[in-house]
Design a protein around this ligand. Structure first.
Ligand code: NAP
Length: 345
């Protein structure tokens, strides 16, 4: 069987997904029990293409990174056609991987809304729709009996949402503490080694970890959005940016970071949320000095980790890659598998 896929945004993540799908379709089918056919792509820079019987993946893989390049494909256009493709194509699943807008969540919220309300499943790696409209979109997905999946938004391909939701269900999770921004963690590690903050950020940009504007990573905003997404999912609450205290790593000095190492400690940017006795959720983002015995103290470089604390298990820590094109594309694949399994059952 096939699922038809529409890709909204065709940057690093969705290109990696197209690569995964095209690499070994036979193996893919044997392992998953379904195949994927990309029927549409729409991207503000590259343009759009809709081929109901499936786009030639070899041509798609070879698409140059040039403005309007989709027009070189059969049925291609130089312009993005997000709304038309989402609402009117024969896609079963819309994969939303456009750029995250951390002020409004748009236009990704509209993309998800259009898809869910026309009966299409959604997988997104974009934090925006979750941080700003999770409840509305989840209600829409339930109303239309389609999946709304977003495993990739918190720790990329490392499964934490489904892990907590499914495998720790019933354990009584009352708290989580995480290092969920690889850039900040990488920068702190380099500063420990003697880099200045400025040089460490430049090195993170050279490695492709930090954006040209690294402020969302350094000031904790990226972590805050992930804390909101995870807390809302775990406890079905409605945290917003107004209710989460947020402090990044820019108030730390190089001396503080290196002094901590001499004391057997490491500064880490932590995102936390916990359930209070009255049922309310308190969440925060701030740098903390952890002693080496702490389960998160040894998480170094661009690796991410989250410790879930529950009544029955105490601390359970999940660590793994928190970014990367292929890793994040894997998260989309895991979303599609979840959609398939729900449909089968
Ligand atoms: N890469 C990772 O490791 C990772 C990990 C977890 C989550 N994510 C999230 O996944 C999403 C995609 O990441 P990425 O690395 O693939 O980003 P990317 O390489 O910047 O690709 C995004 C693509 O979407 C296009 N785009 C922007 N606005 C659009 C719109 N309104 N309609 C159609 N296309 C639009 C962009 O065009 P322009 O370049 O012209 O804007 C770009 O081609 C982001 O929200 C990111 O935060 C990424």
């Amino acid at each position: 069987m096939y699922y038809n896929i529409a890709l909204i945004g065709f940057g690093g993540v969705n290109r990696a997904l197209a690569h995964i799908i095209s690499t070994d379709p036979e193996k893919f089918y044997c392992e998953m029990g379904f195949n994927l056919r990309i029927v549409a792509v729409s991207d503000v820079f590259l343009g759009s293409v809709y081929t109901p019987e499936g786009i030639d993946l070899a041509l798609l893989a070879a698409l140059p990174l040039a403005q309007g390049a989709c027009a070189t494909l059969p049925n291609g256009k130089t312009t993005a056609e997000n709304e038309d493709i989402i609402k009117n194509s024969n896609a079963d699943i819309v994969v939303e991987a456009t750029v995250t807008d951390s002020i409004t969540g748009q236009p990704a919220i509209s993309h998800c809304r259009w898809a869910l309300s026309t009966g299409k499943h959604v997988s997104t790696t974009n934090k925006g729709p979750l941080a700003f409209a999770e409840q509305e979109l989840m209600a829409l997905s339930l109303k239309n009996n389609v999946g709304f999946e977003y495993e990739g938004v918190v720790m990329s391909g490392t499964p934490v949402l489904r892990f907590a939701d499914k495998l720790l269900k019933g354990s009584g999770i009352n708290k989580f503490t995480g290092i969920v921004n690889g850039t900040a963690n990488y920068v702190l590690g380099l500063v420990e080694q003697g880099y200045s903050f400025v040089d460490a950020i430049t090195a993170a940009q050279r490695q492709g970890y930090a954006e040209a504007d690294p402020s969302a990573d350094i000031e904790g905003k990226d972590v805050m959005l992930k804390v909101i997404v995870l807390a809302n999912r775990l406890w079905n609450t409605n945290l917003t940016q107004k209710t989460v205290q947020c402090q990044g790593i820019s108030d730390l000095t190089e001396t503080m970071v290196r002094q901590a190492v001499t004391e057997g400690c490491h500064w880490k940017l932590l995102g936390k949320a916990s359930k209070q006795d009255d049922g309310s959720i308190v969440a925060s983002v701030s740098p903390e000095k952890l002693s080496v015995e702490h389960p998160l103290a040894a998480i170094s470089g661009a690796v991410n980790a989250i410790t879930f604390t529950s009544d029955m298990l105490g601390d359970v820590t999940v660590s793994g890659p928190g970014a990367g094109r292929i890793e994040t594309a894997y998260a989309i694949l895991s979303d599609i598998i979840a959609i398939h399994q729900r449909r089968e059952s």
